[in-house]
Design a binder for this molecule. Structure first.
Ligand SMILES: [Zn+2]
Ligand SMILES: [Zn+2]
Length: 292
């Protein structure tokens, strides 16, 4: 029978090839993997559709994706997720979420809050600085660097965007807090005094929104040598009373549960002895502290 641990939760992931161009497999296959990985709660957070063609990824353009298709797939995702959450309820608590975007700079808030009304929770993520993607191609990252005037300035702008997003959207979960590491040189100093100050502001906004921070295991898979966020941010957030919850950021069954045990060890090593998970109780979403 199930050995499900209460702390074994992912709130960020569950992307599937059925509804996401850069993921694989069906949502059902992803959720079957989550059952097999013995999660207690598994939140699914497919990407919200972008609303302007200039934000289509090069890989999407290549495959002939259109805005219309993104929106159709997102509507189909909403329906299929509701169906599967109900079907699987005796084996796994599946939470119905999505991952927000902060583009276009003008207007994203209304769009994302409109999506939010149809789901149980939102993962607020910043994938763009000044409308340039920072976790896409190296070319785009370099354009963002040039636009900001260097890595420190870009990192400051990034954390300012995280703070603004948290204030504008008040998401239940804030995704991969230091995603700015994704394309930066591994030996770059991303904790200069100016960056720390901007990150502290972002954390204050996260705390004010009562959001949970995503302890995101994709950092290991992307060769960063650790999850998001880095230890100094874990310590700062923990000292401010902000809770963490795991996110496998899965983009197919192969990623489901990947790194979650290691992420538990990582939190314990850095002095965090509990997670804060979302759960569904009597039909409502609640936040619960769970010991590790
Ligand atoms: Zn993705
Ligand atoms: Zn993301």
């Amino acid at each position: 029978m199930s050995q499900r641990h209460p702390w074994k939760v992912s709130l960020h992931g569950g992307h599937s090839g059925e509804f996401c161009e850069h993921a694989v497999s069906t949502l059902r296959e992803v959720l079957e993997a989550a059952v097999n990985a013995e999660f207690s709660v598994f939140g699914v957070s497919e990407h919200a559709p972008r609303s302007q063609a200039r934000f289509l990824y090069p890989s999407e353009v290549e495959k002939g994706y259109t805005l219309e298709r993104l929106h159709q797939e997102f509507a189909a995702y909403e329906a299929e997720l509701a169906r599967l959450a109900e079907e699987l309820q005796d084996r796994l608590t599946v939470l119905r979420g999505f991952e927000a975007e902060i583009v276009p700079a003008e207007g994203y808030r209304e769009e994302m809050l409109a999506h939010r009304r149809r789901f149980e929770y939102m993962v607020g993520s910043v994938h763009y600085v000044d409308e340039i993607q920072i976790d896409g191609s190296q070319e785009e990252f370099d354009a963002a660097l040039a636009g900001a005037g260097g890595l420190e300035a870009l990192a400051v702008r990034y954390y300012e965007a995280v703070a603004a997003m948290a204030e504008a959207l008040r998401p239940e979960v804030v995704g991969h807090l230091d995603l700015i590491r994704r394309r930066a040189p591994l030996d770059a100093d991303l904790a200069t005094p100016a960056i720390q100050k901007a990150a502290d502001r972002a954390l204050e906004a996260v705390a004010a929104a009562d959001a949970v921070l995503d302890l995101n295991t994709a950092g290991w898979r992307k060769g960063l040598g650790g999850p998001y966020p880095a230890p100094w941010l874990v310590a700062r957030a923990d000292a401010m009373g902000i809770g963490f919850c795991f996110g496998d950021d899965s983009h197919g069954p192969q990623d489901v549960g990947a790194g979650v045990e290691a992420a538990r060890d990582y939190l314990l090593e850095h002095g965090v002895s509990r997670v804060r998970r979302l759960n569904r109780l009597d039909g409502a979403i609640v936040k619960e502290w769970i010991p590790l």
